[in-house]
Design a protein around this ligand. Sequence first.
Ligand SMILES: C[S@@+](CC[C@H](N)C(=O)[O-])C[C@H]1O[C@@H](n2cnc3c(N)ncnc32)[C@H](O)[C@@H]1O
Length: 346
Amino acid sequence: MTDKENLKLKLAYVPGLRGVVLSEIKNKTNFEIVGEDKDAFYIEYMDNFEEVKILKTVSRAYLVDRSANYNPFYISNHKSILSDLIKIVKSHNEANSFKSFKINCAGSDSKEILEIKEYIRHEFAVGEKDEADLKIYIAKKDEAWEVGIQITSRPLSLREYKVRNMSGAMDPTIAYSLNYLCELEKYETYLNVFSGSATLMIEAGLNYDNLEKIIGFDNNKEHLSLSVQNIKKAGLIKKANVKEFDVKDQPDLGSFDVITSDLPFGMSISKGEDLESLYKTFIEYCEKHLNEGGRLGVYTSQFKIFESLISRSNFKLEKEVKIDLITNENEYLPVKIMVFGLGNLK
Ligand SMILES: C[S@@+](CC[C@H](N)C(=O)[O-])C[C@H]1O[C@@H](n2cnc3c(N)ncnc32)[C@H](O)[C@@H]1O
């Protein structure tokens, strides 16, 4: 059996969120960070995986083992290294959680990897699939090789409350981070403009009991209907409300301590709609409806347009986080979370 002394847990996050992830680990856990990789922290192995699942900024967690020996050839001759790791992960999940597997490794058609795949297929009665439950990788890291198994069948970022995925919906770890950067613990009322499937509202409602009023609006009926289903599933129906409005009609819903928005861009704006004029209307709306001392948190890939417009307003930039979003086409899309303050901040 694998010597657990050598095992680590690897916590991977969206590129750019390092600072927020570090704060969350420090504030919520007593994990000691024992190493770092590109967009991931390593902590010592612990038997209770539930403790890792409380982290809302971590996208994926892996059980990893590392050695200078663990190249594919060595693993194919010492398959118990892999099977021991898989057994640990399986023991932390319900039976039948893993029906398919995928191995990520350079040279995945080599004789050694084909042999390893055949072994896993046979030993664990799982089929190979691209969108697999059991995710395995073998990767060269500096002078050593790392073998890793994702500890859950779905990424941690895929939240239970999502009834289905909406194209253009926000990654929940980014939504959590935007709310965190707005320092929601200091406030009571929260408005989400362009609420879509309600990711921001739900992440706020689930993580900040102090919020008394959470309201969102969107002009798309389908998005509104999905957001109501998500809110229900999250158990927030009494706390969070969505309404059908177009920001251009300047709906009067009162004033709020915090306004957040995953701004429309690309697919989520109507054909022929002028982004600049939409963003200008949004900023005017926020100036009217944000309380003095309140915060405005926005997220967009069109940050150049937004920055130029907001520089002419009363909002002062307080924090920003640049993120490299990986698109469905596996390309990097630069996006920004920006937090602005109005007047003297709390
Ligand atoms: C980027 S999406 C928001 C996604 C959301 N954060 C989520 O996680 O599902 C932008 C939303 O803005 C809405 N929208 C676009 N133009 C609008 C307008 N003029 N007034 C209100 N909502 C609008 C779209 O329907 C879409 O749901």
